[in-house]
Ligand binder design. Structure first.
Ligand SMILES: Cc1ncc(COP(=O)(O)O)c(C=O)c1O
Length: 368
């Protein structure tokens, strides 16, 4: 049996009865969009993150866009971010009509390099900065916030891959002016469909998010400002509330698996994921760096182990963007793309499966 790179069905089965009950409760209630389940989830998710507000939206891409609009980004503004991220981060910036400015990442954690950020802000200024907590590892938020705020730019954290990651005990999502989460089914906190949230401790920002997600309505059918339809539905919220209760435990299991991989792979000729000082990684992905990456992928496939490449081509090199960013050179980002490979790390992996993954990885390097 193939061990997939992610397994959202296993995540459902892990709390099937509670989820089935929650879904049944919503179906019976007759209220399906933005109701009590959404507000209950928003309250508990805000509390879990350590923020004053969480506002549910339709998906993580909308969460980035609405968060940016809510901190004051408009058409034509520059927004600094990284190029080794999901297309979503950049698509959200461009949907506003804002201009993405790419900076390089650190060699150790693959997250935004504060030095490159500083240079970019000195050269062109920006309205906002979007660091991405890639693979579950926090970006260097103290440095990034100090540089961005010092240059008058707001900070919107992209937390889509890092629910619960911390720096000195403080959760990601609490450092910036606002933060965006995705609840796509494979995320550390995943719905059974699309979902997202913006969190913030700034009352005015949270109020703007509330308005923006539903046509700018404070009062039904009356737009106080211009908005969109980006609502979270009751079924997803009820499911998320069930899963939120075990998120810390599930992140702990991810860490346990990752630490086992780290020990088992310590003598192989590959680079293992690092955890920065004071940080807690939540291993949305367990990503290795190795030469002959494509041979490793083929070997693991034959051994029944799924892999992922996040991301095979940096955004600025993709066909849709290459003309706009032909002068952009990001040496670290570009060097990662050919060498990264993620192996399964989701919490429902059995010990047996974890051993199979270890054996498959080791056998490549012993064989060759
Ligand atoms: C870093 C990052 N940002 C944003 C998103 C967008 O989330 P969604 O797929 O819910 O729109 C994702 C999800 O793939 C992501 O990984």
């Amino acid at each position: 049996m193939m061990i997939p790179i992610a397994n959202p069905k296993a995540s459902y089965l892990a709390c099937k009865e509670l989820i089935d009950d929650a879904v049944f409760r919503v179906l019976e209630s007759g209220w399906y969009v933005l109701g009590k389940e959404v507000s209950d989830f928003e309250r508990s998710f805000a509390q879990w993150c350590g923020c004053s507000h969480a506002v549910g939206v339709a998906n993580g891409t909308d969460a980035v866009e609405i968060a940016l609009r809510s901190v004051g980004v408009h058409e034509g503004d520059c927004v600094v971010t990284v190029s080794n991220t999901a297309n979503a981060t950049v698509s959200a910036i461009e949907r506003i009509g804002a201009v993405p400015v790419f900076v390089d990442v650190r060699e150790d954690t693959y997250t935004m390099d504060p030095g490159s950020l500083s240079e970019a802000l000195m050269m062109r200024g920006a309205k906002a900065v979007v660091p991405v907590h890639l693979y579950g590892h926090p970006a260097d938020m103290p440095a990034i916030c100090s540089i961005a705020h010092g240059a008058g730019a707001a900070v919107v954290e992209d937390c889509a891959q890092a629910h619960g990651a911390t720096i000195c005990g403080r959760k990601v999502g609490t450092f910036g002016d606002a933060a965006a989460f995705s609840f796509y089914p494979t995320k550390n906190l995943g719905a059974i469909g699309d979902g997202g949230a913006v969190v913030s401790s700034d009352n005015a920002v949270a109020d703007r998010v509330m308005l923006l997600r539903q046509y700018g309505w404070r009062k039904r059918y009356e737009s106080e400002s211009k908005g969109v339809n980006s609502r979270l539905d009751e079924i997803q919220a009820a499911i998320l509330s069930v899963k939120l209760k075990s998120l810390a435990l599930m992140n702990g299991r991810r860490r346990q698996i990752a630490e086992f991989y780290n020990r088992e792979f310590s003598k192989l000729p590959i680079e293992l994921p690092l955890t920065g000082p004071g940080c807690e990684h939540v291993y949305h992905q367990y990503t290795l760096l190795c030469d002959r990456r494509d041979d490793v992928v083929a070997h693991l496939k034959l051994a029944g182990v799924g892999t992922g490449i996040l991301y095979p081509v940096p955004i600025h090199k993709q066909p849709a963007y290459i003309d706009d960013f032909s002068d952009v050179i990001l040496p670290v980002t570009e060097s990662l793309a050919d060498r990264i490979v993620s192996i399964p790390v989701y919490p429902e992996l059995t010990d047996d499966e974890v051993h199979r993954v270890v054996h498959a990885v080791k056998s490549f390097f012993v064989k060759t």
